[in-house]
Design a protein. Structure first.
Length: 178
């Protein structure tokens, strides 16, 4: 995760994701610490604290946060809050996961903050994040992007009788195998 997102020792990453869950623990915290970067936990109970969201823009300024781990419900709330006089110019990467991101919300965030959101896909069973929109290059809202290194992922059709599977054609619905 840190290599794909370019996390450096001088970075400051914030997360409000629960650290008892694989997403918060691995993608939100451990990758940051392994890369030697600074980690800002929004609160001891994450985004659930009543002041975590309302103080986010000021927290970005106070700690010079360069990367933020967000989720669509929090992004929707942040879009409703004015940035005010907070200097958020340090923020260069923002990622989102856990649920699909609407094009409207993605565009609203990019317009308001000046950086695109990087959508991710993963599961507890696949050690958190498996795919992400590329940090640089074309981002397709609604797509979870490209596989991380050392991850094989494909959509397959499963034949329950023979217990076999075959790869789906492009745009064909199927089951995700990682």
């Amino acid at each position: 995760f840190g290599m794909v997102y370019g996390t450096k020792a001088e970075d400051v990453r914030s997360t409000g994701l629960p650290v008892f869950h694989v997403g918060g623990a691995l993608a939100g915290c451990l990758h940051t610490l392994v890369r030697g970067a600074t980690l800002v936990l929004m609160t001891s109970i994450g985004w659930r604290h009543p002041t975590a969201v309302s103080n986010f823009w000021n927290t970005v300024e106070a700690f010079r946060i360069s990367a933020a781990a967000l989720v669509p419900t929090i992004i929707n709330q942040l879009l409703r809050l004015p940035i005010g006089s907070a200097d958020i110019s340090s923020l260069r990467v923002a990622s989102t996961g856990t649920a699909p991101l609407s094009a409207h919300v993605a565009e609203g965030f990019k317009t308001k903050v000046g950086i695109p959101l990087l959508e991710t896909y993963g599961m507890t069973e696949s050690t958190s994040v498996t795919t992400s929109n590329p940090r640089f290059g074309i981002k397709k809202t609604g797509s979870a992007g490209l596989p991380f290194p050392y991850q094989d992922i494909k959509a397959v059709r499963i034949d329950a009788q023979t217990r076999s599977f075959s790869e789906c054609a492009p745009n064909e619905a199927g089951n995700i195998v990682i």
